[in-house]
Design a protein around this ligand. Structure first.
Ligand SMILES: [Zn+2]
Length: 333
């Protein structure tokens, strides 16, 4: 950590709370992460335990900044769930975060630290990070897709976040692509998340193995329950047939959906980020190719499909933007 970075720019604390991990960081006004730390969410321990972990993390980050004479007076929080940004309250969360509905993070952190707090949904934060510090800076109409354990999304129109009638627009991962497809934990059927997310590709690989296909994945793991997205990408790079078939299902699903989104929304730019982008060389080129073939040629003209400059930290950087720049301007909701 370089003290010079702190002196030249205003520094804020940003938190990104997801289903598996909580990441905290000190971020300057250019969206640069100066220091970051992470802990497992351990959501099954209950809301109060997770809230305690988050509060402790914020306290430690404030203390770290203070140790080099930098005072922190703002905190931006990105949360996996539906958020009322004015109240800073979680108004809906799935079973992966039990007990969170009704939690006012804004009130909690303000009461604890006496600093300005802004809270927003994680996919919306990802788009806000791209708009302020990433490759969507110059774009007015763009789509952001995050590929991780699940798939998140957000859409900006005329430089404003489109949130729909009830603040739920952008559930890109839960658009149904296969009418008779896999059941999704959202209650839907054939959602793209079940085919193109980390958990989706694991499911595809397991189904191919259960159907009797030979693969090095069974040698890489003692038990097929241990197969994960990372090992599938590794196997794909080794030309494993099951892994390659799995990635083909992923690129076909994701590419077709991106193509439809381009036709529907007429964006200038589609930004792809999230943890799976660490293995982008296994799927990005093919996904873009499929997307181009499945877009209306008129809507496709001039559209750029690119990876994020900070694919792993989109939500975190967006959380910082909530307090560095301000809350996200919205259309609807
Ligand atoms: Zn779904």
């Amino acid at each position: 950590m370089n003290a010079a970075h702190f002196q030249e720019d205003r520094v804020v604390v940003a938190l990104d709370m997801g289903g598996t991990k909580i990441v905290g960081a000190l971020i300057n006004s250019k969206g640069k992460i100066l220091f970051s730390t992470r802990k497992p969410t351990e959501a099954s321990f209950g809301r109060d335990s997770v809230l305690h972990t988050m509060t402790k993390m914020v306290g430690e980050l404030i203390e770290r900044a203070r140790s080099i004479d930098v005072a922190i007076d703002k905190l931006g929080v990105s949360v996996a769930g539906q958020v009322d940004p004015i109240e800073g309250k979680v108004i809906y969360a799935t079973d992966t975060l039990p007990g969170w509905i009704g939690t006012s993070l804004k009130e909690h952190f303000y009461d604890y630290f006496g600093i300005e707090v802004q809270v927003e949904n994680d996919a919306f934060c990802a788009a806000w990070g791209e708009k302020n510090y990433g490759i969507a800076k110059e774009a007015t109409d763009f789509v952001v897709i995050t590929l991780g354990t699940g798939i998140g999304g957000a859409f900006f129109s005329n430089s404003k976040l489109f949130v729909g009638s009830n603040g739920l627009a952008g559930l890109i991962g839960h658009m149904s692509l296969y009418p008779d497809g896999r059941k999704c934990n959202c209650g839907g059927i054939g959602c793209i998340e079940r085919y193109a997310s980390g958990s989706g590709i694991v499911q595809t690989a397991k189904e191919l193995i259960e159907a009797g296909n030979q693969t090095i994945l069974t040698r890489m793991h003692r038990d097929s329950s241990e197969i994960n997205a990372k090992s599938i990408f590794e196997a794909c790079l080794k030309n494993d047939r099951v892994a390659k078939e799995t990635i083909k299902v992923m690129t076909k699903s994701l590419g077709t959906e991106i193509g439809s989104l381009i036709t529907l929304l007429n964006p200038q730019l589609v930004v792809i980020g999230g943890g799976l982008m660490a293995s982008a060389r296994c799927f990005l080129e093919e996904t873009i190719d499929v997307a181009r073939k499945h877009s209306s040629p008129a809507a496709l003209r001039g559209v750029k499909i690119s990876s994020s400059k900070f694919p792993d930290d989109m939500c975190l950087v967006g959380a910082a933007a909530l307090v560095q720049v301000g809350p996200i301007p919205r259309i609807g909701g």
